[in-house]
Each structure stands twice: as C-alpha cells, then as structure tokens.
Design a protein. Structure first.
Length: 148
C-alpha cells in the first residue's frame, strides 16, 4: 500500500499535472505551427520561387521500376518505388522548428521579465521583532534611572 500511496502523491502533485497540460498544449501548438507553415508560409515562398511546392521537392537517388505484367495479366515483377531524398519536407520541418523555438523563447523571455518585475516590487518592510524579556527588563531599569 505504501508504494501506491507514494505514486498517488507523486501523480497528483501540481508539477506533474502542469507538465501533462503543457505536453497536451504543446502537441496542439505543434500542429497549429505545422499547418501555418505548410498552408500559409510555404505557398507564397513557392510562388516566389516559380511555383514550386516544397512538399514535392526531392532528389531521386534511384528511379522507380514499373511492375512487369505478362499478356495474361499476371504480375511477373512487382513495382519498386523510387528512392528519394525529400529535402522539401525537411525545409518545412526546419521552419516549423524555428517558429516553435522562437515562440518558446519569447514565452520564456516574457515569463522571466514578469518574474523580474515581481522581484523588483519592494515588499513592505518587515515589522521589527518584539523585544525580548531581557530587553524589556533593561528598558525598565533605564526608565527608573532616568526618573532619579
């Protein structure tokens, strides 16, 4: 039972829940950025480069081989797809990464600025500590000596 209670305490801590929320939001944000890059940023760049679709940019290492079929329609040799380096997809992924990295950088920068601003706000000065019994006794003696 101790292990289960320990796991439950760990799982419901605020940090673990916050991390889970961050992962879910981060996954959704990644999809938004992917769509933004693929659907908004890359088409105008492709037009500027002469109507190029970046998703189709690839370098063929080995050409495809079509299937060979005899007169009866029996497949003698299966088709072999081309072997390509899809550098267009790679460019899109790099742009996705740069946008996400920049967004995270700006969020952390804003968080640090807010934290710094919070630290700069002076707190009310702490109340002076109450006098100890010795200090009270000494004050009474001082007051009695002043009266004489």
């Amino acid at each position: 039972m101790g292990l289960i209670k320990e796991f439950k305490d760990f799982a419901v801590k605020g940090n673990v829940v916050d991390l889970a929320v961050a992962v879910v939001i981060g996954g959704a944000f990644g999809k938004i950025v992917s769509s933004f890059v693929a659907d908004i940023i890359m088409p105008p760049i492709g037009i500027l480069l002469g109507g190029v679709d970046f998703a189709d940019l690839a370098y063929t290492l080995k050409a495809s081989i079509p299937a060979q079929v005899d007169n009866a329609g029996t497949v003698l040799v299966e088709a072999v797809p081309a072997v390509t380096l899809n550098y267009g997809n790679f460019i899109q992924v790099v742009i996705n990464f740069l946008i996400i990295a920049f967004t995270v950088f700006m969020a952390i920068k804003a968080l640090n600025a807010a934290k710094k601003k919070k630290e700069e706000v002076p707190a009310a000065p702490p109340a002076p500590p109450a006098p100890t019994e010795d200090q009270k006794l000494l004050a009474e003696i001082r007051d009695l000596l002043k009266n004489k």
